[in-house]
Design a protein around this ligand. Structure first.
Ligand code: GDP
Ligand code: MG
Length: 279
């Protein structure tokens, strides 16, 4: 999961070594989630690519695709070469938390694509990576509601990816990161570490997707709140106004207005005469 255009589909293709997911440099419409499965050495790997899952801060009806599936690991994908986080990042992170539960972040590996970058202004690659990771993790923790004391429970490891066909390769033809690490085996290793970190995998059922909707929780109290407002606020203000009127106390502006147009209440007169011309 992740924002559009960050390289989710490309990463799926890199992992399986085939073009199974549609990659597009521009936003494409009507894309559906898709699952691809590969079996090796008795293990089956099912990867789900979820394009356009998030709209207006919520996971849209495409989340149905995940119903009754079990998520062993969430790859939260973003670009390494992004220099700032914005509200869309927060929306995506909140939507994932709302729909899959906070516990999904125990099962998350953050994947940063475009890893073969030259940092700007001669910043050292590792410094750049550290700063980018730090700012992304800060956003994830705040969007997911992970407090300082829970940091150890939500390790949020980071793996790098470079999906470009121009990615450097080593003598075995494996795509490598600037430090020479073949990134695909490294990504798979990180995935296995997350899967075996002792936390539970996430089973997606309807209850989980519906979530504890915080917008509805207080709805049943609305009539009560209105009643309280009426009796304590509206009635109180009315009483104050009535007592001001009977005391003959006028505000400065009101006094000035009366001085200007004479007594009576011309505003009231005007309103009633326009409603009822005969009056
Ligand atoms: P998605 O919307 O998150 O699925 O992103 P895509 O996989 O469709 O990629 C969007 C664009 O970014 C495509 O033009 C990809 O070729 C390009 N892209 C994806 N990952 C990388 C990467 O690691 N490095 C570079 N240079 N380009 C990438
Ligand atoms: Mg895609």
């Amino acid at each position: 999961m992740g924002k559009g255009g960050v390289g989710k589909s490309s990463t799926v293709n890199s992992i399986v070594g085939e073009r199974v997911a549609n990659v597009s440099a521009f936003q494409s419409e009507g894309l559906r989630p898709m699952m691809c499965s590969r079996t090796r050495a008795g293990f089956t790997l099912n990867i789900i690519d979820t394009p356009g899952l998030i709209e207006g801060g919520y996971i849209n009806e495409q989340a149905r695709f995940l119903l009754e599936k079990t998520i062993d690991v969430l790859l939260y994908v973003d670009r390494l070469d992004t220099y700032r986080m914005d509200t869309l990042d927060e929306q995506v992170i909140r939507a994932i938390t709302n729909s899959l539960g906070k516990a999904i972040w125990r099962r998350t590996l953050v994947v940063l694509t475009h890893a073969q970058l030259s940092p700007p202004d001669g910043i050292d690659y590792n410094d750049f990576l550290a700063r980018r990771s730090e700012s992304l993790l800060r956003y994830i923790r705040s969007g997911a509601g992970i407090g300082k004391r829970e940091y150890a429970d939500f390790p949020l490891p980071i793996a790098l990816a470079e999906n470009s066909g121009r990615c450097k390769t080593n003598e075995n033809g494996a795509k490598i990161l600037p430090d020479g690490t073949p990134w695909i085996p490294n990504l798979m290793k990180e995935i296995t570490i997350v899967v075996s970190n002792g936390s539970k995998s996430i089973h997606v059922d309807q209850k989980l997707i519906d979530g504890p909707n915080p917008n509805n929780r207080w709805k049943k109290y609305i009539p009560l709140i209105l009643a309280v407002q009426y009796f304590f606020v509206v009635k109180g203000i009315r009483r104050a106004i009535h007592s001001d009127i009977s005391n003959g106390k006028l505000d400065d502006w009101e006094q000035r207005y009366r001085d200007l147009v004479g007594s009576g209440n011309p505003v009231d007169q005007k309103v009633s005469s326009s409603r009822n011309p005969k009056a």
